[in-house]
Design a protein. Sequence first.
Length: 295
Amino acid sequence: MLKKLGMIFLVASISALLSSCHIKQKDVETIKRTTEKLRIYQPDDFIVYNVTALTDSDTPSRGTLRIEWDATADLLDPIDNNTQYQVLKETTTLTYEENSIEADVIVIRYISQNADGNITLYAIDDGTVPLYWLHDLDDAGNLSANISTPVIFDSPIAIGSPPNTSFDSPVRFTVMEGCTSGSCASEVYTFNDGFDIVGDTTEVTTNLGKFSNPFEINFSGGSTADGASTVSVLGDIRNACGTNADTITHNGTIFVVPEIGIVQMTNLCQNPTGSQVQYIITINNTNIPLPAPTP
């Protein structure tokens, strides 16, 4: 009964938080997306979100999530030293208020985009050398296999027209450590992620305005530890309730305005200890130009 009451409280809290953004309705402008292609992020772009983390505790943890993109040097392929990648450094920082029980988290990834906005992932960083690179799951156990560069977000976004109905989905790869001189040292964890575009009829209200037609995209996935690695590296902020040593699952919904990116996300993160965290993030500030308000 107590567990059921806890879940009722969780659902009620999520509903209340999503329906109220502490905004005076008379100040809300309606903003309509005008494209299906995701913004090609530029150095110094940033987005800041308000975050609420709900656990079994009666007191939600609150904080901010900041994503910023920075110029960085080309990356040299550790297996094929004749190949270099032009990338942006994407840093996602989750910072909680002092009285929160949740731990701060930083995720650093190296990405690129093509002319349509597709996001390709190359490597993950935790501040150590060398970087963590990716292998295709078909190459599991082959430490000298070529580096994998998966598309982790497909653009343009479309509803009901293949191949974009479920993006380039699912996405699966293994994260490798110690990749230098033509080989990697070991596998760290396996990551998987899947997307499904639901529609674009749900409005999302933030303090930047009311977005009338963002793409609504459901996702589910997670990570599983490989081998005996003792490093702690997190490659996706949706797995923030644990580390790569855990078997973590994530599932939820993102609302995407392509001119900006994600404007709201709900994510349920679970790890094997039985604990779970429901994250609710809503855009609060950005230096990226918004679409013009609808008259």
